[in-house]
Design a protein around this ligand. Structure first.
Ligand code: NAD
Length: 498
């Protein structure tokens, strides 16, 4: 068993907490347990929430200029030291260093948005709604907020939330994934270095015990969650039942529709990048290519040719694709390949046969391509969350959209075509939250909000962008009348409209 144990971060310092439970943190490229992580008890979560609650009044009352200074400081430090964070991501998650760098770059965008907080947190003013009466709205922080994040973006997903929450004057308890928890603590330390007062950002590690403690804690005012659909639904229901604001982003199964007039080289490059980047462990990964019959054979040939050039191995060695997060997950993903064949699909590239540039015990599965996947198969229906790309052949645009709209998920989708009319119809007709037109992974920039439809997002609160700020702010409407002797003095009655 590993000897290093990853501590919580409470009140600006490492904390061991009371719980004696710990969980394994692997190096997925080596296939070994490299550390243990503490798994918080309910009391440990209470301690973190108390720290955040103590820090709240002073942080809420800290000037916008000072809060902004901290965010700018954090932005500079994160930019300068992103290599350290990338190394942590690769070591615990397994993604290759270039993917880790990409993750940090997307997270940094949200930090930059947090620096622009004055424009998003200011209220509105209506002068003279009635004679001598003004009405204005104030946007104020909600208080202590909880954030629960998944394993697949251990830096970026926390960065979708805590910079905005903190910039808006809230204090935070973050529960990162217990599978790759170090990035969260590293970022909390960096926030302290940037001048954040102790207690404003706390990190507690843990599993369901810690999550439930946050969901039920009366002082926690809101929950921001990203993870799989069943847990997102549970979080949405439980936190709402406890009177909290909730944003709960769930799983995905993203389709890419390729029409016969598309540039097939562009489409094949896109399918390979979007299918196998981060080993397919991305909520915006393309996992199904809907290929119109007329070009399907050619597209499959182009995709498999490109796949033969991908290298799979240790993320520190310049490979294209790393391992999966755990051995169990790798085995589960690999299990779908036999199911696909049993269900009548054709295994074009079998990732189990890949040559690895890395340790024999790593959690490997190479890029896999399955053609003619029936939509009745679980291989089509389940979110596999690995380097498995399915081809479903369709007879044209209409059938493609029908399949996309019948999916229970609605996170992202893309169309590849040179027909502007078809693209315009597509953006209007698909029941999906984020659309790419000749763009395979349409993750919006930080100043537009991120979120899916259907089982990919519970509730209506999206992440980051203007809606991300709104989630962390509550509005107060003030109706005000001041004594003005030149207009006959103070009238204490309710304002009459004139
Ligand atoms: P997960 O749902 O297993 O875990 C997410 C978080 O919930 C973790 O912090 C975990 O500790 C906690 N958790 C797990 N089981 C729990 C339970 N029974 N009760 C309470 N809490 C529990 O997800 P994951 O495997 O870490 O991440 C991958 C999933 O996240 C995929 O489904 C992916 O699509 C999704 N995801 C979605 C988005 C999005 O924006 N929609 C982004 C990234 C990841």
């Amino acid at each position: 068993m590993a000897t290093t144990t990853i501590d919580h971060w409470i009140d600006g310092a490492p904390a061991t907490g009371e719980s004696e439970r710990t969980g394994p943190v692997y190096n997925p490229a080596l296939g070994v347990e490299q550390k243990r992580v503490r798994l918080a008890s309910t009391e440990d979560v209470d301690t973190a929430v108390e720290s955040a609650a103590r820090a709240f009044p002073a942080w809420r009352d800290t000037s916008i200029a000072k809060r902004q200074q901290v965010m700018f400081g954090f932005r500079e430090l994160l930019n300068a030291r992103s290599g350290e964070l990338a190394a942590i991501l690769t070591s615990e998650h397994g993604k290759v260093l270039s993917d880790a760098g990409g993750e940090i770059a997307r997270g940094l965008e949200v930090v930059e948005l947090a620096c622009a907080m004055p424009g998003y947190t200011k209220g509105e003013y209506s002068e003279n709604v009635s004679t001598g009466v003004d009405v204005y709205t104030l946007k104020q922080p909600v208080g202590v907020v909880g954030i629960i994040s998944p394993f697949n973006f251990p830096a970026m997903v926390p960065l979708w939330f805590f910079p905005l929450a903190i910039a808006a004057g809230n204090t935070v308890v973050l529960k990162p994934s217990e599978k790759d928890p170090s990035a969260a603590v590293w970022m909390a330390e960096l926030m302290k270095e940037a001048g954040l007062p102790d207690g404003v950002l706390n990190v507690v590690h843990g599993d369901k015990v810690a999550v439930d403690a946050l969901l039920e804690h009366p002082v926690v005012r809101s929950i921001s969650f990203v993870g799989s659909t069943p847990i997102a639904q549970y979080i949405y229901q439980t936190a709402s039942a406890n009177g909290k604001r909730v944003q709960a982003l769930g799983g995905a199964k993203n389709h890419m529709l390729v029409l016969p007039d598309a540039d097939l080289d562009l489409a094949a490059d896109a399918a390979v990048n979007a299918g196998f980047g981060s080993a397919g462990e991305r909520c915006m990964a393309v996992s199904v290519v809907l290929a119109v019959d007329a070009i399907a054979d050619e597209l499959v040939a182009k995709v498999s040719e490109r796949m033969s050039r991908l290298t799979t191995g240790d993320g520190t060695r310049g490979c294209d694709m790393g391992p999966l997060i755990t051995r169990e997950h790798r085995d589960k993903v690999a299990g779908y390949l036999d199911v696909a064949v049993d269900d009548g699909a054709t295994l074009v590239v079998d990732g189990r046969e890949v040559e690895i540039d890395g340790a024999a015990d790593g959690f490997w599965l190479g890029p896999t391509l399955i053609d003619r996947v029936p939509t009745s198969s679980v291989v089509y229906q389940d979110e596999i969350f690995g380097p498995v790309l399915s081809i479903v052949r369709v007879d044209g645009y209409e059938q493609g959209v029908e399949i996309i709209n019948a999916s229970r998920y609605g996170n992202g989708t893309a169309i590849f075509t040179n027909d502007g009319g078809a693209a315009r119809r597509f953006q209007r007709e698909v029941t999906v939250g984020m659309i790419g037109i000749n763009v395979p992974i349409p993750v919006p920039v930080a100043y537009h909000s991120f979120g899916g439809w259907k089982d990919s997002l519970f509730g209506d609160a999206k992440a980051y962008g203007p809606k991300g700020f709104d989630f962390f702010l509550q509005e107060k409407a003030v109706t005000s009348r001041w004594l003005d002797p030149s207009h006959g003095g103070l009238n204490l009655g309710f304002p009459q409209h004139d």
